[in-house]
Design a protein around this ligand. Sequence first.
Ligand code: THU
Length: 135
Amino acid sequence: MTDADLLAEAEAARRQAYAPYSNFAVGAALLCEDGSVQPGCNVENASYPAGICAERNAVAAAVARGARRFVAIAVAGPAGVALGPCGICRQVLSEFSADGRLRVITRDKAGAPQVATIAALLPAAFGAADLGQGR
Ligand code: THU
């Protein structure tokens, strides 16, 4: 599965987005260590904070079917937008990438693929190890 393949899967998942409030459809494709690809899309709500991003939707669905080890996630938004996962999604992705090596694949404004590790997107992340130190 190439980065381009994973972006294509994210673009397909984007077609399922439910975003009647923002009209900003997002799709995600989460590549799991077992080779499976979990799609996700944003699902908004009339109570705006109840909406969920495409990335967290994909993570939750993968975990619900027993996949917890992830290699990469591609995220697709509208053409011409350089999309980056929101802070909450960075934190959630970080939960499942203790070594910070999860690759996050997006497109820049011109449509060229961009890759960053979750560690680069969320440096000094709060994680399970920090919990132990405060108790
Ligand atoms: N959104 C995502 O699903 N992923 C991102 O990476 C950025 C933002 C969603 C949340 C909301 O439904 C809409 O895009 C506008 O913020």
